[in-house]
Design a protein around this ligand. Structure first.
Ligand code: PDD
Length: 288
């Protein structure tokens, strides 16, 4: 069945050429996006995602494309039209269509595109065995907390990671501290058994999965510290993993070719992966 997209008031085949040439998203990357997963037809952590969308929109001086209840109905309708229950939902809002000029006219209406695709979570073997990451300098801008569609440094780093046989690129700031992955947040369990991830701030995207996982960890009595860590500390850590809406909680077993601990997913990682999977209504491949 051909996939159906929503584009500014219309449901169209995904292959439709429906976006205006003078869309500011296309011309300037003046837009933001969200990625939400649906499991069994339920949009998970919807309010957290839509709250983040509102924050991103405010940061790029763009009003919401529609009121939240209408948006939710629309996403549900899109899932129905695509006959999908387990899906990745992608929404993108740009500042609208106007003759190309850096400044934009008053009253410009935002453009809105939503798509859905069958969910592609990490394979059971990736979840069981873990994945490799490779590090690169973080060449992004100073507002990585905005979920901007301007993703050039992210996609270039990801492509280099994939070419190196790795699942993800971990980005490293000028002080040698890991910021996050190209499309995920980065975590370690340090030598003292403390779960560590970089604090919120302009250097990272505040992941919805990150927030949820911090709550699950605290609820499970796992000590947590929101602080930055170096690549060397990550390699010497007891455990490492990454999180995102689509990658879930994924063990990281090698960093730049070096094994993390014994090169096997760690106990706390597997516990958190299981807790997160259960919360999402997904089967966990990491439980023994
Ligand atoms: N990426 N950091 C970056 C740079 C990201 O792009 C993402 C998500 C995350 C994790 O956020 P969340 O837990 O809310 O998914 C962190 C999405 C999945 C993407 O771009 O496809």
């Amino acid at each position: 069945m051909a996939r159906i997209a929503y584009v500014d008031g219309r449901f169209l085949p995904i292959s439709a050429r429906a976006v205006a040439i003078e869309d500011r998203g296309l011309q300037f990357a003046h837009g933001v996006y969200e990625v939400i997963k649906a499991v069994g037809g339920r949009l998970l952590d919807l309010d957290r995602h839509l709250d983040r969308l509102d924050r991103s929109l405010a940061a790029i001086a763009c009003p919401p494309p529609m009121a939240r209840p209408a948006l939710v109905l629309l996403l549900e309708e899109l899932l129905r039209r695509n006959r999908l229950a387990d899906a990745t939902v992608y929404l993108q809002v740009s500042r609208g269509v106007a003759p190309r000029n850096h400044a934009w006219p008053e009253g410009l209406r935002p453009s809105f595109v939503a798509t859905v695709r069958p969910a592609r979570f990490p394979s059971p073997s990736e979840q069981r065995e873990g994945v490799r990451v490779v590090t690169f300098p973080d060449e992004r801008w100073a507002r990585c907390d905005i979920k901007s569609i301007a993703l050039l440094p992210n996609v270039l780093a990801k492509q280099k990671a994939v070419a190196a046989g790795c699942r993800e690129a971990w980005l490293v700031d000028r002080d040698g501290l890991v910021t996050e992955g190209a499309s995920s947040n980065a975590w370690i369990v340090d030598r003292e058994g403390v779960l560590v991830t970089r604090p919120l701030g302009p250097a990272i995207l505040g992941g919805v999965t990150r927030d949820v996982l911090l709550e699950l960890a605290r609820g499970a009595g796992i000590p947590v510290a929101e602080r930055p860590f170096t690549v060397a500390e990550a390699v010497a850590a007891r455990e490492a993993f990454l999180t995102s809406t689509t990658s879930l909680v994924l063990p990281v077993t090698r960093i730049d070719g070096a094994p993390v601990a014994n090169g096997r997913p760690g106990t706390i990682t597997r516990k958190l992966a299981a807790l997160y999977a259960a919360r999402c209504g997904l089967a966990s491949a990491t439980e023994e």
